[in-house]
Design a protein around this ligand. Structure first.
Ligand code: CTP
Length: 397
């Protein structure tokens, strides 16, 4: 599983750093390509010469070395994963605070690849409330933690805090790549379901969207290690508990929730069937039956996808859906362009057995590079996997 994988091994100042040599050897033996970064204090625990010999790569520890600048941004982009093992209490605290005072912390802060850490410290430090708080913080930033092990510690005490054994770290990484955890640490915003636009306290305008596609996308992203926020309209499907759920009713509420979340989002996938029109003046009390016609005046809702397209930074990736009955390709391409999305997923209502309410879907993806790819009819679960594979390929996350 590790063959050909590019691993950035960060080593911090901990007695467990001596085990990094064994870990590095195992990674190289598994076929991985490894580059090593050490903090200045790690240099006191293990010689860079040992690590450069094992990795067959120069060991980096300085931001500026002999008048040359180590390109920390490109290191984080080169790697498939950044593994910090051992992670000392001090470096953990820097990661939690966003401190950037050496090459390793600079690479960490600019890394676009998933970051995995194997903490190592004495029992009392490991159990300290500030350490627990810092672990919680870096987890919330999307970093993955390889659990500490219990055993003999450098202090001579016995307890939790030992760095996971190198064999266990390699096994953890194998699972990580096997389960395609490519989205570890990525924040994903997904919209799902219909919106309901109130006519009066008991009636609304809605549509037949079940939210199944959005939930399947959320499940797929969670499976791949992402931190998911689901903004869901009124749906009765069960929603996974491992996500941040924001329940909304109307298009206006969905708009507000999405705009609030978007600035910290890496990838946004808007699969909701948002109402294009809302009631101009909903009645505060139930509208009574009357003679003759009842005319409801509608006004346009704000287009969430279009608005996110306006705010989108180059590092963010935006996916929209297009539900069409006629001129599907032309309409989908127009939506891609008009809403400044990176990718549009087209569902055609002409495909029988697919779409609204059904467990299956048939999609064609159009991307901003001009790519077009039609998929076979499949379960929404498999369609979600196809969409996420496409997003990963195109967004280079
Ligand atoms: N969308 C949105 N906000 C709206 C309307 C649509 O974010 N107020 C998003 C949908 O979630 C979807 C995409 O825009 O990702 C396209 O939605 P669709 O209903 O197919 O198209 P519309 O832009 O609403 O245009 P039309 O209904 O005329 O086809």
């Amino acid at each position: 599983m590790l063959k050909g994988k590019k691993i950035l091994l960060g080593i911090t100042g901990s007695i467990a750093a001596y085990k990094s040599a064994v870990l590095l050897r195992l990674l190289i033996k598994s076929g991985a390509e490894v580059k090593v970064i050490m903090t200045p204090s790690a240099l006191q625990f293990i010689a860079p010469l040992t690590l450069s010999t094992l990795s067959r790569n120069e060991v980096l520890s300085e931001l500026v070395d002999n008048d040359s600048w180590a390109n920390h941004v490109m290191l984080g982009r080169w790697a498939d994963v950044m593994l910090i093992a051992p992670l000392s209490c001090n470096s953990l605290s820097k990661m939690a605070q966003g401190t950037c005072d050496n090459l390793l912390t600079a690479v960490y802060l600019s890394a676009t690849c998933p970051v995995v850490v194997a903490p190592a410290m004495d029992e009392d430090m490991w159990l300290h409330s500030s350490t627990k708080e810092n672990i919680k913080k870096i987890t919330s930033y999307g970093n993955a933690i390889i659990p500490v092990e219990t055993g003999e510690l450098a202090s001579g005490l016995h307890g939790p805090g030992r760095m996971a054994e190198p064999e266990n770290i390699v096994a953890w990484l194998n699972d990580f790549f096997k389960e395609k955890k490519q989205l570890t640490g990525k924040k994903i915003l997904i919209t799902a379901g219909p919106t309901h636009e109130a006519i009066d306290p008991v009636r609304f305008i809605g549509n037949h969207s079940s939210g199944k596609m959005g939930i399947a996308l959320a499940e797929e992203c969670i499976k791949r290690g992402a931190i998911v926020t689901l903004v869901a309209g009124p749906i009765s499907e069960s929603i996974p508990s491992e996500l941040n759920l924001i329940k909304v009713t109307s298009a206006a509420q969905m708009y507000d929730a999405c705009l609030k979340e978007f600035s910290t989002t890496n990838i946004a996938i808007l699969s909701a069937a948002v109402a294009d029109y809302t009631i101009a003046a909903p009645s505060a009390s139930k509208i009574k039956k009357q003679e003759g016609e009842l005319v409801l005046s509608l006004e346009k809702t704000k287009d969430i996808l279009k608005e996110l397209g306006v705010h989108k930074k180059p590092s963010q990736f935006l996916v929209g859906f297009a539900l069409e009955t006629d001129n599907e390709t032309e309409n989908a391409i127009n939506k891609l362009r008009d809403k400044k999305a990176d990718m549009i997923v087209l569902n055609s209502l002409k495909d029988t057995g697919a779409g609204f309410g059904s467990s299956n879907n048939k999609i064609t993806i159009f991307d901003k590079e001009g790519g077009e790819f039609a998929f076979d009819i499949k379960s929404k679960k498999l369609v979600a996997a196809d969409i996420i594979d496409y997003v990963i390929k195109l967004s280079h996350v």
